[in-house]
Design a protein around this ligand. Structure first.
Ligand code: PLP
Length: 410
């Protein structure tokens, strides 16, 4: 077996450089714990950006994955299979939507939502052909396709990848008045994350989503919530928008929808909106395949039966409280909801990366988002003792004058 150093050198030599991962080479995972190739154990406090809400290699998911892989993995949508109908029914009933459309990656679910709301705009609302507008927010993250990065406000996500699709209008996040002002007769949808994850765990002020809901309803504009990261328990509710007591017209899900086993995503809406799609309008070779559907069905059951929403609410409140007590010289503020926190570092802290590297040496895996935010998002199966284990190490690193000097106790 090649060493960690060799594996890293292969990746540097043969792999595209589109990521800058921490230099930890993982080989095994179980629940909240992962192990590197030298057998060192780490607490995963990122959970693959919330794709692992159910934890690593959940035994129920591994079981279903094995069983379904040996039975039937792919049919394509040319034929029907016996898993997709059950996922459609179970997911729609769980989140209270009439229809769903299965895809694979989150970006594909968002692309599906974009196609859906545009076609609804032309065929139902009566927007003149080619003029549909979608309002989106500064600091958004909806994926990496060319259409999606085209409406990112992040310079690097766009730089070098144009020309971009027109028809998107950026407004400040959390500003309902800006939404009202941005809507024109050609506006078909407002696409928004109820809580911006990649943007730095940005929680909008209370009432924002409710105001957006009312504005959209009043102007015949669809409210499309991207809950690919915020959904499925992360914030202490099944969907983050439930905190505000609103329901969007369109919903995108991904990440934890398959508990990290296999890419499964979905776009959901009412029958009226979904029915703009006719046969041949849209699709995916792998979308809705029986392997993904079987795993997703079980992943949803795990969230419900293990009360991951309740755990996130309770343990998340504890985590945020404890983080607030860790003052330290570098922390500007801590924000979050449920088991999801952003530790915003001061300008002069020298970036979040050095803190993530110090935490890695102490056995806690986290990742910076943007320059100066440490994002915490452990699997929702985590226990209070495990949170305390991480908090001890967070306290050491955040109170260190120089995080580079932090070394594990021998
Ligand atoms: C991760 C994410 C996506 C994109 O999902 P991929 O599976 O990486 O394509 C879209 N929207 C949000 C809010 C996300 O967090």
């Amino acid at each position: 077996m090649p060493s960690a150093k060799e594996l890293i050198s292969y990746e540097e030599r043969w792999g595209a450089r589109n990521y800058k991962p921490l230099d930890v080479v993982l080989t095994r995972g179980e629940g909240v714990w992962v192990y590197d190739v030298d057998g060192k154990k780490y607490l995963d406090f990122l959970a693959a950006y919330s794709a692992l809400n159910q934890g690593h290699c959940h035994p129920r998911l591994v079981g279903v994955m094995r069983e379904q892989a040996a039975r039937l993995a792919l049919t394509s949508r040319a034929f029907r299979n016996d898993q997709l109908p059950l996922l459609e029914k179970e997911l729609c009933e769980l989140v209270g939507f009439e229809k769903m459309l299965p895809m694979n990656s989150g970006a594909e679910a968002v692309e599906t939502a974009i196609k859906m709301v545009r076609k609804w705009g032309y065929k139902v609302k009566g927007v003149p052909e080619g003029l549909a507008e979608i309002v989106v927010c500064e600091g958004n993250f909806h994926g990496r396709t060319t259409t999606i990065v085209g409406f990112s406000s992040e310079y690097q996500y766009r730089d070098g990848f144009g020309p971009f699709a027109p028809g998107f209008k950026l407004i400040p996040y959390g500003d309902a008045a800006a939404l009202e002002a941005a809507i024109t007769p050609h506006t078909v949808a407002f696409l928004v994350e109820p809580l911006q994850g990649e943007g730095g765990v940005v929680v909008p002020r209370r009432g924002y989503l409710g105001a957006a809901r009312d504005i959209c309803a009043g102007r015949n504009v669809l409210l499309a919530a991207d809950e690919i990261q915020s959904g499925l328990g992360r914030t202490g509710k099944m969907l983050c928008y439930e905190h505000e007591g609103v329901k969007p017209d369109v919903l995108t899900l991904g990440k934890a929808l398959s508990g990290g086993m296999y890419p499964v995503s979905a776009a959901l809406s009412s029958t009226e909106v979904m029915d703009v799609f006719k046969p041949q309008d849209h699709g995916s070779t792998f979308g809705g395949n029986p392997l993904g559907c079987a795993v997703a069905r079980e992943a949803l059951k795990v969230i419900v039966e293990e009360d991951l929403c309740g755990r996130a609410a309770e343990l998340g409140a504890y985590l945020l409280d404890e983080l607030d007590k860790i003052k330290g010289p570098h922390v500007e503020l801590v924000r979050g909801k449920g088991l999801w926190a952003g530790i915003v570092l001061k300008e002069e802290a020298g970036g979040a990366r050095r803190f993530c590297e110090a935490l890695m040496r102490l056995g806690v895996l986290v990742k910076e988002t943007h320059e100066n935010v440490i994002r915490l998002a452990p699997p929702l199966v985590i226990t209070k003792d495990e949170i305390d284990w991480a908090l001890e190490r967070l306290a050491v690193v955040l109170s260190a004058e120089v995080p580079e000097k932090v070394r594990p106790r021998a």
